[in-house]
Design a protein around this ligand. Structure first.
Ligand SMILES: O=C(O)CCC(=O)C(=O)O
Length: 298
């Protein structure tokens, strides 16, 4: 359970760091599954439904930006979300009924693994209310030099910045946006088993991995069950049709039950359209749209 002080901190700042979010046994099993999945990518030559490949990927040196939808690649990633300290944190922050939107395991390879440009998740998937957040479970230690997540406190209570570039939804803000204040960024590091929590509207990003260790963070994007999706850049469930959507929604229910009466709040929304040429992952969206980088500027 979170303390009242932790809940207040989250409400004020839009992020939180929670230590020991899973048990040592759960962590060890997730590490083993992750290493097995990375190993299985050696023969993969182009990004596909499971792997998003980084430059230099090959049989000798697997270099991935991401393992996609890990809870579909191995059910253990789903089990842990439903039965660990993470589950308590979830209901503490979002209430008794919660839904998984998707999961992703960002594996930032050693020696230059890709930056994630600054963005607000909300710009990708607006909902009827903004009671949504992302967990980032650290599967290995995260240190200042291996591309930790950075957040700008309090931005979840401010405006949603433009995520457009070259006429398309680029999934990244312009580093020269006058509302962007990188000097206020907080870096979230921790031991394996620690977890970051960030509000769907908080501005966040991460630098390239300059260390000789991979940075493996397992992200779960979750919503209060009464927040209904309006659109989702890159989300698969908008294409399912009514019957499959209903089945899928039940499968994605983490706690409680689906809520069929959306809570509609006055929230700032701009649809993430037109799409970037490649929406296969955030990396592809930002690249193919020609988003400007905040991390590679002189
Ligand atoms: O991997 C990271 O550092 C950030 C990931 C993220 O924000 C995303 O995938 O939307």
């Amino acid at each position: 359970m979170l303390t009242a002080a932790q809940k207040d901190f989250y409400a004020e700042n839009g992020y939180l760091l929670v230590e020991d979010a899973v048990s040592p046994d759960q962590l060890a099993r997730m590490q083993e599954i992750t290493n097995r999945l990375i190993d299985a990518s050696r023969q993969v030559t182009t990004s596909d439904e499971v792997y998003d490949l980084d430059t230099g990927h090959g049989p000798e040196t697997p270099r991935l930006t991401r393992i996609k939808v890990p809870h579909k690649q191995d059910p253990y990633f789903w089990e842990v979300l439903r039965d660990s300290r993470m589950t308590e944190v979830l209901t503490d922050l979002l209430g008794p009924a919660t839904t998984l939107l998707t999961s992703k395991l960002n594996t930032k390879a050693p020696g230059g693994g890709r930056a994630v440009e600054w963005h607000q998740d909300w710009a990708f998937y607006p909902h009827t209310n903004d009671d949504l957040l992302a967990f980032g479970l650290m599967l290995e230690d995260v240190t200042p030099d291996n591309g930790p997540l950075m957040v700008i406190p309090g931005t979840h209570r401010g405006p949603v910045l433009s995520h457009m570039a070259n006429g398309v939804f680029a999934g990244a803000i312009d580093p020269d946006d006058p509302l962007f204040q990188p000097e206020r960024a907080v870096t979230l590091t921790g031991r394996a088993g620690s977890m970051t929590v960030h509000h769907v509207r908080v501005l966040h990003g991460s630098a390239p991995n300059l260390s000789d260790r991979a940075r493996k963070i397992l992200f779960y994007e979750v919503a209060s069950a009464d927040a209904w999706p309006l659109l989702g850049a890159g989300s698969y469930f908008h294409g399912l049709g009514q019957r499959k959507f209903w089945e899928d929604l039940q499968e994605r229910t983490i706690t409680g039950a689906p809520c069929l009466t959306p809570r509609i709040e006055q929230v700032p929304i701009r649809m993430p359209l037109p799409p970037a040429p490649d929406t296969g992952s955030i990396f592809k969206t930002q690249d193919s749209a020609g988003a400007r980088s905040a991390f590679t500027r002189a």
